[in-house]
Design a protein around this ligand. Structure first.
Ligand code: ADP
Ligand code: MG
Length: 699
């Protein structure tokens, strides 16, 4: 249960003064539905009204706060509503006019009574020789000077949400900050000179300079640290829970693994062997395995998965291999099934396409234990799928799954080991914040005999030359991929682009051109990709559906249109689709040229990275540096945690501290029972890491 002290923060924003259901809906868009969401939405800008000159010193265009005396009201002549209502004011230095269009005179007479002194704040303009402020932002009585904020924070806004409304709501939220117990190590707080959490919140919402808006500000540092700590502590609790929860030992007798190794047409690379050793050690241990295997496209993860599955089968358990798409599931099946032909291991494929009796037969085979290995899409973990004895779950192309989804998955096989595989090399900071609950293995070495792909950049205008080169390659019996970019915000444009390109290429190259895109039914997609795979088609025009997994060894050219719209890591992944056979392969990046018809600096810089290295890990680091974590995978469902205040790439030092801190905390106070432990639970609830707190009780 969430501690009561946090209740005021977890109430609806409508409890704040001035926030009705309409405003709440708007705030919901920019911050979220609850008061804590407002608190975690820090100002992004600042209006500085602290300049307080005398009237004559005020400069045109300057935002000032003036102390003036009201001299005279001049309403517009009757029927001339386009002329403003003017209020002439003065100080010792001179005069200024306050101008109001469509004004209500009773309101102005009440707020600016003749002879009264007022503080007014607004932007100074010059109008027919005199100074004026049109519609001052603030008019207050000097006795009530506090009502005029000299520094106004600026918050993210959305249509019809006024700055003032948002500011008022945020300040209301800040006033509700309870005095929370300190969860940080006092020595750390002293060393960093950090304020308490409520003070940090107050201060972060009251910036007084541009500097206060940066990540360097101590209040923001503290808040970022709290967020990172909650993330790292939650992950550490998940790790701890796994280590404590009874797993099962899957040791096997090596018989199946030896048989399949002998049937392989190649020897495993040193990295593949190393990763397998790590996996087998985990599987043999009585604790549950959760291991991530990172390896570039083509580094040979499938065979590693197969050998791990066989270890589970040798131990009398079942294994499941889940792929993100049907095409990929089928390719896995087609790779694995022949290798098992000489053994008595039974392997089946289950996708969304299995319906009725066929599906029932597979499900019952699985439940009775006749099926040893099930390969498929997420369908293999549907509600009605029951395993007799699931020992190992392998998830391919993991980056689509978040931490807690992984937890849910595990519930299918009570003690099942989990192995996740990804071709997206994850930079360290992201690996820590996202996969911190897992052990990580890397395959960095590629199987021997791969020739580096010749990577070139061309302006889009050279399309005809590219088409000619493609034609020549096809005449030599080679195959070609032609990728058009995803247009995420507008699927229709994407479709037109890819269909137009398809029609154009089909016209100039003839019938051997195929098309796959995201809007096609999976059966249609499968048919086209299979035709390419079987060399019935020479050129495959595609959106990024081909990004993961598909394997066609005779493909030698990869054309990527609008390469500027892709991230480096994505370009690298696409490039990995070619260069799998003996022939020299090429990757052509078509960029939108700049006004001079040249490649821009960015295009050149990106090309250089891709040219200089074929190491996906280095490319990923560079990609992250160039684009920031949000766009890193070009996808909202990437599963990366959405930090509200912290930025894992900019706050690297804080992240490392939080990692060490949480490891220490767990080792000293594994159940979070001490005084500080209790405060840390509050921190976890504050950042809605309730799932992690629950683990404390089940452990
Ligand atoms: P990944 O899933 O990591 O992208 P795959 O498992 O699809 O890569 O492997 C790519 C290709 O390399 C496949 O054709 C596979 O059979 C082959 N392969 C895997 N390991 C080796 C190896 N050690 N030596 C030679 N070829 C290998
Ligand atoms: Mg793969």
């Amino acid at each position: 249960m969430r501690p009561e002290i946090l209740n005021p923060l977890f109430t609806d924003v409508t409890y704040l003064p001035g926030v009705g259901p309409k405003v709440a809906a708007l705030i919901g868009k920019v911050a979220g539905p609850r008061i804590i969401d407002l608190l975690l939405t820090l100002p992004t800008g600042l209006i500085d009204r602290s300049s307080r000159p005398q009237i004559l010193q005020a400069e045109e265009g300057q935002l000032v706060t003036l102390e003036i005396t009201v001299e005279k009201h001049t309403p517009p002549p009757k029927g001339m509503s386009r002329i403003p209502y003017k209020v002439i004011c003065s100080d010792q230095s001179g005069f200024i006019t306050l101008a109001f269009f469509h004004a209500r005179s009773d309101y102005l007479l009440k707020n600016l009574p003749q002879g009264a002194t007022r503080l007014v704040s607004g932007k100074v303009e010059r109008f027919s020789g005199g100074l004026q402020i049109v519609h001052p932002d603030h008019i207050v009585d000097p006795d009530n000077a506090d009502a005029l904020p000299l520094y106004e924070p600026v918050y993210p806004l959305t249509a019809s949400l006024h700055s003032k409304t948002m500011r008022k709501a945020a300040q209301g939220a800040v006033e509700r900050c309870p005095d929370l117990p300190e969860w940080l190590d006092p020595a750390l707080v002293a060393r960093e000179k950090w304020p308490t959490w409520p003070d940090a919140m107050r201060s972060a919402h009251h910036p007084e300079s541009r500097l206060d808006l940066t990540g360097e500000n101590v209040a923001r540092q503290r808040l970022a640290y709290d967020e990172l700590l909650s993330n790292q502590l939650a992950l550490a609790l998940i790790r701890q829970n796994r280590h404590r929860s009874a797993g099962r030992s899957l040791e096997g007798n090596n018989v199946l693994r030896e048989a399949v190794r002998a049937a392989l047409p190649f020897h495993l690379t040193t990295d593949q062997e190393k990763v397998l050793t790590e996996i087998f050690e985990d599987m043999a241990a009585a604790t549950r395995m959760i291991r991530l295997v990172q390896g570039d496209v083509g580094s040979g993860k499938t065979v590693v998965a197969l050998l791990a599955l066989l270890c589970a089968i040798e131990s009398g358990a079942q294994g499941a291999l889940m792929a993100p798409t049907e095409i990929l599931a089928r390719q896995h099946y087609e790779f694995i099934a022949p290798l098992l032909a000489e053994t008595n291991v039974s392997v089946e494929l289950l996708t969304g396409r299995d319906k009725g009796q066929e599906r029932q037969a597979k499900l019952s085979g699985l439940e009775k234990g006749y099926i040893d290995i099930l390969i498929g899409t997420h369908a293999i973990f549907s509600e009605d799928v029951a395993y007799k004895d699931l020992g190992l779950i392998i998830v391919d192309e993991q980056h689509r799954f978040g931490v807690f989804q992984r937890l849910a998955l595990q519930e299918k096989g009570v003690h099942a080991d989990v192995l996740v595989m990804t071709a997206t090399p994850i930079p360290r900071s992201l690996a820590l914040t996202t996969y911190g609950d897992m052990d990580i293995s890397q395959i960095r070495e590629k199987p021997p005999g791969r020739k580096p792909v010749d990577t070139r950049a061309l302006p889009l205008e050279r399309l005809e030359d590219v088409t000619m080169a493609v034609r020549r390659a096809i005449e030599r019996g080679e195959q070609v991929y032609w990728v058009c970019p995803m247009v995420e915000e507008n699927a229709d444009i994407e479709l037109t682009a890819v269909e137009t390109r398809f029609a154009h290429l089909q016209q100039s190259l003839g019938a051997s051109v195929g098309l796959v895109h995201g809007k096609m039914k999976s059966a249609e997609k499968d048919a086209v990709v299979t035709a390419f795979y079987n060399k019935e088609i020479s050129l495959l025009v595609a959106t990024t559906v081909i990004e993961v997994g598909v394997n066609a060894p005779d493909a030698t050219i990869m054309v990527i249109e609008h390469a500027e719209r892709f991230g480096l890591a994505q370009l690298h992944q696409l490039r990995g689709r070619v260069g799998r056979g003996d022939r020299q392969s090429t990757c052509l990046l078509l960029y939108k040229a700049n006004a001079k018809g040249e490649l821009g600096e960015t295009a050149k810089a990106r090309l250089n990275v891709l040219r200089e290295t074929d190491d996906g890990f280095l490319i990923a680091e560079e990609d992250l540096r160039l684009r920031g974590p949000g766009d890193f995978l070009g996808s909202a469902q990437s599963g990366f945690p959405d930090f509200r205040i912290a930025d894992a790439t900019k706050h690297k030092a804080l992240l490392d501290m939080a990692r060490d801190d949480s490891t220490l905390i767990i080792s000293q106070d594994p159940a979070l029972e001490t005084g500080r432990g209790t405060a840390l639970k509050t921190l976890l609830y504050l950042f809605t890491r309730d799932e992690a707190v629950k683990l404390l009780k089940s452990g």
